[in-house]
Design a protein around this ligand. Structure first.
Ligand code: FE2
Length: 162
């Protein structure tokens, strides 16, 4: 039943974008878990806790994206093989320095933000305000997190130069 009153052809396009975003988020989530386990060095306690906080946040967003897909009456992708196939975010290596982990997370954010903008574009063409509202909030949150991670990297750089 089309209880949302949205154009079904357009909604199919929105669900495709949301499934790509869902795939990106799953690979990103697993990257964060890997970094939580493998980070070493002087920043261990900060980074270990930071990655845990971030993957817990990603977990909530994953569920919201999947349930938005269901709300517009499509099926969320739910297998790891499909996530790897459709994700624009790549699996990260475990053996990285803390700085390389932050750089990787920032790169992952860039890919996810790109997917979010694509989703917002298609949702806008579909007059799907519910998806726009959800994803725009996630986008602003990820941008803010990227600023903080970049600030952490910059501070370290200045200390090294002093
Ligand atoms: Fe843990």
């Amino acid at each position: 039943m089309n209880y949302l009153g949205l154009d079904e052809g357009q909604t199919a396009k929105v669900s495709k974008e949301l499934n790509t975003l869902l795939s990106c988020y799953h690979v990103y989530y697993q990257n964060l878990r890997s970094f939580h386990w493998h980070v070493e060095g002087q920043n261990f306690f900060d980074m270990h806790n930071l990655f845990e906080e971030m993957y817990n946040d990603a977990k909530i967003k994953i569920d919201e994206i999947a349930e938005r897909i269901l709300t517009i009456r499509y099926k969320p992708i739910s297998t790891l093989s499909a996530y790897l196939k459709y994700s624009k975010v790549e699996e990260a290596k475990a053996e990285l320095s803390d700085q390389e982990m932050i750089d990787t997370v920032l790169e992952n954010h860039k890919q996810i933000i790109h997917c979010m903008r694509d989703t917002l574009q298609v949702a806008s063409e579909s007059k799907d305000e519910g998806t726009i509202d959800l994803i725009a909030g996630f986008l602003a949150d990820l941008e803010k997190r990227s600023w903080m991670l970049d600030a952490w990297s910059s501070k370290k750089f200045k200390m090294e130069m002093a």
